[in-house]
Ligand binder design. Structure first.
Ligand code: IPD
Length: 262
């Protein structure tokens, strides 16, 4: 992950060749592709039997299927729009799953050199120091993190903006967006924020950080209150079950094609 971080940092201030993917706000650069190839090649050398789900490989047409086999779920640059603009929140996210469950997750926030990680049952850490979610139970005292996302159709935009209005009227202390789902989720794990929700992100954005939140004592579920499903394109992470349920009651969703839908 350090190698990937170095590649990102050495390209951050240089001109970039930017291409569009699913929408005008869904970008890919040569660095995203290069970092993903480097990570897959490095891991495959040690674990030739393991499977991979990489954002840019899927973007290039590879079939997405999460099986019970050991699988690495990789987002080479989470926050590509930030990377293109040099907005200083850009991360590498790597999750390792077995039987479709994340066993460990790493989120490396390159610009501020913060390495968030967690292993199932072993706690969550930031640069080696244990992380704890805030435990906040009163929604009116919460800082909420969310993302506008890359969807730009009317239904998505209306839902996203209406959700923010509904939360501000609850009220909550504030609503924030860093531009990287992985780092947003890690704010909940570290107690700097109390809630994160997002509709429309992909499994590679949150597979690692969901475990980091859980191992920090936080709650992770679907935005409709159902069990967390990393393929559903919906996630709600919170400091406590009380806050998670309250937020799930308030926010609305819009239809998104599942990541694993054929
Ligand atoms: C994006 C970021 C962003 C979120 C988008 C994601 P990417 O990931 O996590 O915060 O709003 O929905 O697609 O494309 O930069 O890896």
């Amino acid at each position: 992950v350090g190698g990937g971080g170095c590649m990102i940092m050495s390209s951050l201030h240089h001109p970039k060749d930017v291409k569009l993917k699913s929408s005008a706000a869904d970008l890919v650069t040569e660095t995203d592709q290069r970092v993903e190839k480097f990570l897959i090649m490095t891991i495959r050398r040690r674990f030739p039997q393991h499977r991979f789900i990489g954002e840019e490989s899927i973007g290039a047409g590879e079939h997405l299927e999460l099986t019970d086999s050991p699988t690495w779920i990789i987002d080479p640059i989470d926050g590509t729009v930030n990377f293109v603009h040099r907005f200083p929140f850009v991360a590498v996210s790597i999750a390792f799953t077995v039987n479709k469950r994340t066993e460990f997750g790493i989120v490396y926030s390159c610009v501020d050199n913060k390495l968030f990680c967690a292993q199932r049952g072993q706690g969550a850490f930031l640069n080696g120091v244990p992380l704890h979610a805030s435990g906040q139970e009163d929604v009116s005292r919460c800082v909420v993190v969310t993302e506008i996302g890359a969807e730009r159709d009317d239904e998505a935009l209306t839902t996203v903006t209406t959700n923010i209005c509904r939360l501000l009227k609850l009220p909550v202390h504030g609503v924030r967006a860093l531009g990287t789902a992985a780092v947003d989720m890690c704010q909940v794990a570290s107690g700097a924020a109390d809630v994160y929700y997002h509709i429309g992100m992909h499994c590679w954005d949150i597979a690692a950080s969901a475990l980091i939140v859980q191992e920090a004592g936080g709650i992770v579920m679907d935005t409709d209150g159902a069990e967390f499903d990393m393929m559903s394109r919906r996630v709600l992470a919170a400091s406590s079950s009380a806050v998670a349920s309250r937020i799930a009651q308030v926010i609305r969703t819009f239809p998104c094609r599942r990541d694993d839908e054929d």
